[in-house]
Design a protein around this ligand. Sequence first.
Ligand code: BYC
Ligand code: FE
Ligand code: FE
Length: 474
Amino acid sequence: MSNVNLTDRIPNNVNLSNDRTLQRALEHWQPHFLNWWDEMGPREFAERDVYLRTAVGVDAEGWASYDYVRMPDYRWGIFLADETPDRRIGFGDNFGQPVWQQVPGEFRSQFRRLIVTQGDTEPASVEQQRALGLTCPSLYDLRNLFQVNVEEGRHLWAMVYLLHAYFGRDGREEAEELLSRHSGDVDKPRILGTFNEPISDWLSFFCFTYFTDRDGKYQLKSLAESSFDPLARTCRFMLTEEAHHMFVGETGLSRVIRRALEVMKELGTDDPAAIRRAGAIDLPLLQRYLNFWFSSSLDLFGSEMSSNAASTFANGIKGRPDEALYTDHLALDEALELEVPAGDSAVTTEQVPMRNAMNEVARLSYVKDCEMGLKRWNMMIKRAGHDFQLSLPAVRFRRAIGAWANVPTDPQGKRISAEEFARGIGGWLPSADDRAYVQSLMQRVVTPGKMAAWLAPPDRGINNKPVEYEYVRL
Ligand code: BYC
Ligand code: FE
Ligand code: FE
């Protein structure tokens, strides 16, 4: 069991007080982080008490405590999962050797790039979601938004700790940069595409936590396999918190659908116009939102054929999600068959050496995971007596990264001409009309237990509290 110190200025289980230089460096960064939170976070709610969970250790049972906290007073801490005794490198060229407690010099820049990329997404999402509190559909949802936000803040701390502790001056500079790039900023945007997309309504928020936080899950799983043990342990613990973010997405979208089905039943119609007049979200509109966020999140895995991926796998830097599920951890003699565009309208297959295809391997696991929610939702829709089915668009659809980048296809993945795409895309993604309608629904509901008309209540509250608990004291 690691030694948890909760009374330090920075709560931690990494014996921070034993390394005064590091502690001072992080304490120097702390006010910069807090300034960033004040400026770029949910500033309108800085004075409010929010019923939040705070990570206070890494025990499977009692790792979190729940209480009312003002967000700027949240105890953002540094927690690594406990060390696995005699942990060995689980994949790549150094398979079977002891894991590293330091970053090998020759892999330093690769590690730094990945840790910075991971770290960049965390504050980016807080920036993207900063205005949602003003239009919350309930206090319960408002609290969940803030829970996600403070934990993304902690995930930033997790990466900044690694940068400070293992990357010297470069790391400290990167830590500052993590606070100076901003989501959607024309001059200094966030690194990855999806993290520059606005999240201006709660339907987007639920899609983002369903699809984009789930990319987080898969990337963290890959990094949790890393031979650099402190990175692996950090990511393992982050995954504990991550589960709630996806819960918010999955239950959020389920509640949107449940509400739509209730209205369809009351009205006896599935006509979108009628459903909108009743203030709910019609399923075809939801489908267009799914199309948007799924296709954007697919890009976060990088190219199907990637020499970066081959090299980080070979070097033991980044593994596959759930590496233990595979039998061959060297992946030297295998290949993955990929469908790629050929010429103006054809599709051909290509054999990609497995190591180069690691991004695609991770993406395929991710897509399977995404499908689980859709199965459940389609069951709900079917049980309610409707033929309509939600679906994930093809992985080729609307891609900006990889073999299918800028290749026009329909949502089923069929190649089409640029003109057909231009004509179709308006109906495949949220239209200006859809967005305006969703925006019109974004009316703040803050009576405890009350829900906005477009959203069904959750099945239960947080931490055994009732749904009508005052999760945020306004
Ligand atoms: N947008 O060989 P390639 C989360 C760049 S989410 C823009 O294809 P590689 C969270 C790439 O950076 C998880 N650029 O890909 C969720 C590279 O640029 P450089 C975040 C992109 O390197 C919700 C170039 O294209 N964690 O935690 O094998 C809320 C060629 O790259 C994109 C990570 O991403 C894109 N979509 O893999 C809060 C893990 N995709 O270096 C948090 C760390 C690729 O040539 N990152 N590029 O200038 C990685 O593992 C890898 O960087 C990637 C890309 C998987 C992202
Ligand atoms: Fe995160
Ligand atoms: Fe998350």
